[in-house]
Design a protein around this ligand. Structure first.
Ligand SMILES: *[C@@H]1O[C@H](CO)[C@@H](O)[C@H](O)[C@H]1NC(C)=O
Ligand SMILES: *[C@@H]1O[C@H](CO)[C@@H](O)[C@H](O)[C@H]1NC(C)=O
Ligand SMILES: *[C@@H]1O[C@H](CO)[C@@H](O)[C@H](O)[C@H]1NC(C)=O
Ligand SMILES: *[C@@H]1O[C@H](CO)[C@@H](O)[C@H](O)[C@H]1NC(C)=O
Length: 544
């Protein structure tokens, strides 16, 4: 017997040595590449995997059906705060970044001492690129992307540009397409979604994958351009033909913009496959906030049947389409219903890249990797702060194990808006074949079937009764309480029914309010006026 034990032990030791040396050998190659695709102002109902037949998004849908749909993924209600939350893992109220986005010409930027996701990934050996929108400040040179953690940036510093002439004209008007610190006039008039896709593909093609790649593709699509050029498509005649069944002219243009975004996703996935790195790449798709269906940058997007829009904390403003695709995910369940917030991406991706989240600064974000990869167990997040805007006078918090949302809103006139009800037009039926034959699905090639698509899509489609009561504001005290599990469309205010829940969530909100750093929005600095710099937006504080 002792002899046998000895032999077993020896065999075990040998096995251990083999495993260890195998791991040591494999370790440098196992860090996954990360490709993060962010749509701008895209509505809940503007990805067709959520159930709308109006605008087909076969590539994004294929990514979703082949991957994992993060079905309760929350973002901030506006651009700058959402992007700040994503890159820092911290709620914007902690550094005065809640409320309105940075206006071009406003001397405001992400606080310089704050660590960003690309910076932390660089420390873990990643090469980091940002293609597209920044919108976290550019008054000084060291506030621009290549000083905040990105090795490379191609794109724009402001919040939006026109799709062809690439001007930003929020207040002053100037050209805004940059390659690192340089103005990139040579790309003017190339349709921005095509341009950003081409540049992203270049990064993917040129990269030496002995180093892992972090690529953030931050699209202009489907944000509206400046007034007068708000909705632009590459070919308007072709677009009118393709979307002839959409009667509203603006919605038809928007559909064309969504289509370009969808094709971009297909091109990126295929580029990764052609390069042989798709299987070792985590791809994430999301929007920075809901679609604005009224107001200045109304893009004709739709958050239906969710209530509210961009710049509100109703579901339509903050519940984002979100997908993660990774061939090596252990959890193969297509839908993940656990509560997540955009601040979670920083610690989650840092962890998956091999970092120890203990090394991160105090985090509001939570590492969700086990929840995504293992798919088991309870949600690790029980509440999420959606916003406290002490100037816009609205705030919102999800709590009670993600079950209820409290809203405190003093300016509630327009919050019944949710954009187009896209179910009422003469839409063609959902084309499963086009999902199967999409670039994305062909690149992934994992045996997705017709039946699986239909089953997932049916499960994802939110159906709500009582839609007519939605334009009702909250009660006389401006408070709303919604049961998000049983009433995702926020039709029934439960403030009177559950006073104890209101009390608990109010206390939680008040606690956050104690930590709020006031907003520091400035007027536009006249020294930033692009007229001084050959009609371009530049790092004007540096140039003086
Ligand atoms: C990262 O990638 C960029 C762009 O491809 C390249 O210019 C740069 O040399 C790389 N940096 C490192 C540290 O590998
Ligand atoms: C990629 O990087 C590795 C390590 O730095 C280097 O040995 C190799 O030559 C590079 N490959 C190419 C094609 O540049
Ligand atoms: C609701 O918001 C207002 C101002 O926005 C604030 O003064 C008030 O304390 C808030 N109420 C609760 C219960 O949080
Ligand atoms: C100034 O702007 C024009 C386009 O309006 C561009 O062609 C030219 O190259 C720019 N000049 C410099 C010095 O950047």
């Amino acid at each position: 017997m002792p002899r046998l034990n000895c032999v077993t032990a020896m065999g075990f030791t040998l096995l251990l040595i083999i495993i260890l040396s195998y791991n040591a050998h494999a370790a440098p190659e196992t860090k996954p590449n990360i490709v993060l695709v962010i749509a701008d102002d895209m509505g809940w109902n503007d990805v067709s995997y959520h159930g709308s037949d109006q605008i087909p998004t076969p590539n994004i849908d294929a990514l979703a059906y082949n991957g994992q749909i993060l079905n309760r993924f929350y973002v901030q209600p506006l651009c700058t705060p959402s992007r700040a939350a994503l890159l820092t893992g911290q709620y914007p109220i902690r550094y005065g970044f809640q409320g309105l986005p940075i206006r071009s010409g406003e001397n405001r930027y992400l606080p310089l001492q704050m660590e960003t996701l690309p910076l932390k990934l660089k420390q873990l050996g990643y090469n980091t690129s940002l293609i597209g929108k920044w919108h976290l400040g550019f008054s000084y040179r060291n506030t621009t992307p290549t000083y905040r953690g990105f090795d490379y940036h191609f794109g724009y510093w402001t919040g939006l540009v026109n799709y062809f002439d690439q001007f930003n004209s929020e207040y002053y008007s100037g050209f805004d397409m940059h390659e690192n610190l340089f103005t990139a006039w040579q790309f003017q008039n190339e349709y921005v979604t095509h341009l950003l896709t081409r540049k992203s593909k270049e990064v993917i093609d040129k990269h030496n994958y002995t180093k892992p790649l972090f690529l953030m593709i931050s699209h202009l699509a489907v944000h509206a351009g400046n007034e007068g050029k708000s909705l632009e498509v590459p070919d308007i005649d072709e677009n009118n033909k393709r979307f002839h069944y959409i009667t509203d002219n603006r919605r038809r243009l928007y559909a064309g913009m969504v289509r370009e975004l969808d094709e971009s996703v297909g091109i990126i996935v295929k580029a990764l496959q052609d390069k042989g790195v798709l299987d070792n790449t985590i791809i994430i798709f999301l929007s920075d906030n809901g679609a604005p269906s009224t107001g200045i940058y109304d893009n004709a997007g739709s958050n239906w049947p969710l209530r509210g829009e961009k710049e509100t904390v109703f579901e339509g403003g903050v519940r984002s389409p979100a997908v993660v695709y990774y061939a090596k995910l252990k959890n193969k369940l297509p839908i993940n219903n656990r509560l997540m917030h955009i601040t979670d991406l920083m610690p989650t991706l840092y962890a998956v890249a091999g970092g120890d989240v203990e090394n991160l600064e105090t985090m509001d974000g939570i590492n969700q990797w086990d929840v995504i990869n293992e798919g088991e167990g309870k949600s690790v997040r029980s509440s999420a702060l959606l916003e406290i805007d002490e100037i816009g006078l609205y705030s919102g918090l999800i709590g009670y194990n993600g079950h209820f949302k409290l809203i405190n809103d003093s300016v509630l006139e327009s919050n019944g808006d949710f954009g187009y009800d896209t179910g009422h037009e003469n839409n063609p039926p959902y084309n499963v074949g086009s999902v199967l034959s999409s670039l994305t699905n062909r690149a992934i090639n994992s045996g997705l079937t017709n039946d699986k698509i239909k089953k997932i899509r049916n499960e994802l489609t939110i159906r709500c009764a009582h839609v007519d009561v939605r334009s009702k504001p909250c009660d006389a005290n401006n408070m709303c309480l919604f049961d998000l599990i049983n009433d995702p469309c926020e039709t029934t205010n439960l403030v009177k029914k559950y006073p104890h829940i209101v009390e608990k969530l109010s206390a939680e909100l008040a606690e956050y309010r104690r930590h709020l750093k006031p907003q520091s929005n400035h007027l536009c600095d006249e020294n930033s006026n692009p007229i001084r710099y050959n009609n371009t937006w530049t790092t004007w504080m540096e140039e003086q």
